[in-house]
Ligand binder design. Structure first.
Ligand SMILES: [Zn+2]
Length: 563
């Protein structure tokens, strides 16, 4: 059993934790261990661990930490054994542990702080790795960081990689520094580019490309060769093809981070993009963290998920976090009694209990779905509807009684219906099968430490974004262009998802299939009847709360259209 805390306990302790959860579960209906775990948030799970261990449980301990103190500890040991001494006061050491039954923390503290009492608290493994990452040097990776980036083989067929020996080589060290820095800064991608006079790399963080780091041009081919070696690509695969794809895994303080590699030829050499598939950013759940949608939207989404058959479509441009939300939906639907199959390109976030399949090329789509349909599925996730064939397959699967999740590229939820029509689907089929059309964006959040306060929105912006008059008086915040140490000079910290949803009720579907309603009218009617917010309204809510600014909103939304 996986208790969803990123650590494992022994069977007896696990049972004690489950008993604790069961006693707090106020319901008479019988529930399996798996469902119980599934319905429990990490915070509540942590509470149960604390109770069983008779230790106080803190979901967040970052406010308690003295980074200077942590820096003096052996970060390698801390990350391996998932504990962190937070601070020292008088004769006491405050230690946060992820697993209270692992006594390494006690041994370490007894050896290093022999005269101090130990005050132990329990926290999440992610909190501990977060603190260790922060405690490691903040300006570029240190020697310790470099040592920490080990390169594992991705598939079992690849022989062991001699990690420490590789790290003594300058190129290995350079690549390790680049990768560990990207992970630490929570980048989504690393770009390596060559032009006439130089070679550089840069990171994409919260949707924006950051500053270039120059690399001596003469090292260009060495870096290239090193990366290709990591993936053990055969020489014939390297030379001829214009594009090369691969994967490898980097281990960052014991945490595996999958890296998807893509390279294409350019006039001056090559352009490499490495997408970081950092598990720490996945495992998102509906209603929590980035996906903390407003109550009405969340309820409408959960209601759509509860309908036994039909299509739920998520739209938005690349990088709008569609797949994160779909994966959170799959987590919600994931029950041992249901057979869930996915067809993705590529598989990014593996969920235990879900059968993930990767689409190797587009010709496989139809035969794979045909095979899925014979595999007794309950839920199917089809990566993307991009053409008539995939639209037909999605509708066919829904008509024959399956729950289908998919994604599509359209700017708004209402346009999903139009898109299906453009792909040649009959209206009545869309009306009969579509249960919810959703659109999502990721909006950058202002750094809470350095954001700038402004009295009212300026006249030009008022007109440009057609804001109602009250915004001229309202306090709004804007990005501090210089930033602060907290946001590493960016003025923004992280992003949050906003979602608009159009639930298609049987009555609406009926009106639509008769041709009484255009998609636009349908949208208006849903908004009027349900009060569910549009993307724009969701965005303005974040602005009102001082969590983002107009600049960040207009980057991801057409704010010039009122509604
Ligand atoms: Zn800041």
């Amino acid at each position: 059993m996986n208790l969803n805390l990123d650590i494992s306990f022994n069977r007896t302790i696990e049972q004690l934790i489950l008993n604790e959860l069961r006693s707090a579960h106020h319901s008479n209906e019988p529930i399996t261990d798996a469902s119980l775990v599934h319905r429990t948030s990490k915070t509540r799970m942590l509470g149960a661990v604390g109770k069983v261990a008779a230790l106080p449980a803190f979901p967040s301990v970052r406010g308690l930490v003295e980074l200077g103190f942590v820096r003096g500890c052996d970060l390698g040991v801390l990350s391996r054994d998932k504990f962190v001494p937070l601070r020292r006061s008088e004769e006491q050491i405050l230690v946060a542990v992820a697993n209270p039954w692992n006594y390494r923390a006690d041994e370490y503290c007894a050896a290093h702080f022999p005269n101090a009492d130990l005050l132990k608290i329990v926290t999440l493994a992610s909190e501990i790795s977060g603190i260790i990452e922060n405690a490691s040097s903040s300006s570029g990776p240190s020697r310790a960081d470099l040592e920490a980036v080990e390169v594992d083989e991705y598939s079992g067929d690849i022989p062991d990689f001699a990690v420490s020996r590789q790290h003594e080589e300058p190129i290995a060290q350079l690549v390790a520094a680049m990768v560990s820095d990207a992970i630490k800064q929570r980048a989504s991608d690393i770009h390596v580019k060559t032009d006439k006079l130089s070679c550089h790399y840069c990171f994409r963080i919260d949707g924006d490309l950051g500053t270039h780091v120059e690399v001596p041009l003469k090292l260009r081919n060495r870096i290239d060769a090193f990366l290709l070696n990591l993936m053990r690509l055969a020489p014939e695969e390297r030379s001829k093809r214009p594009g090369i794809s691969g994967r490898f895994t980097a281990s960052y303080y014991g945490r595996p981070v999958g890296i998807r590699y893509e390279r294409h030829r350019t006039f001056r050499g090559y352009h490499v993009t490495m997408r970081l598939l950092d598990k720490a950013h996945f495992e998102a759940r509906l209603g929590m963290g980035t996906l903390a949608f407003d109550e009405g939207t969340l309820f409408a989404l959960e209601k759509a998920l509860a309908i036994p058959s039909g299509i739920i479509v998520m739209s938005g441009p690349t990088g709008s976090g569609k797949s994160t939300t779909v994966n959170a939906m799959l987590r919600q639907l994931n029950r041992p009694e249901d057979n869930i199959l996915t067809l993705e390109n590529p598989v990014e976030d593996e969920i235990e209990g879900v059968t993930h399949c990767d689409l190797r090329d587009s010709t496989e789509f139809k035969p794979m779905i045909a095979s899925f349909m014979r595999s007794d599925p309950d839920v199917i996730f089809m990566g993307e509807v991009r053409d008539r064939e995939s639209a037909e397959l999605a509708i066919e699967a829904a008509i024959t009684g399956h729950k289908v999740l998919t994604t599509i590229h359209t700017p708004s939820a209402a346009q999903i219906i139009e898109r299906f029509q453009q792909l040649g689907m009959e209206r009545w089929k869309i009306a009969q099968t579509l249960k919810a059309a959703c659109a999502q964006r990721l909006v950058k959040l202002l750094c809470p430490v350095c954001k700038d306060r402004h009295e009212g929105v300026g006249e030009h912006e008022m007109r440009l974004f057609q804001l109602p008059p009250e915004w001229a008086e309202r306090v709004v915040y804007k990005q501090n262009k210089n930033g602060c140490p907290e946001c590493q000079g960016r003025g923004y910290v992280g992003r949050t998802a906003i979602l608009e949803i159009l639930p298609i009720s049987p009555a609406l579907g009926d009106a639509m299939s008769k041709g009484d309603l255009t998609p636009y009218e349908l949208e208006q009617r849903v908004r009027r009847d349900t009060g569910l917010p549009s993307l724009r309204e969701n965005g303005l809510k974040l602005l009102r709360e001082g969590r983002t600014d107009l600049e960040a909103l207009r980057k991801v939304l057409d704010m010039t259209v009122p509604g």
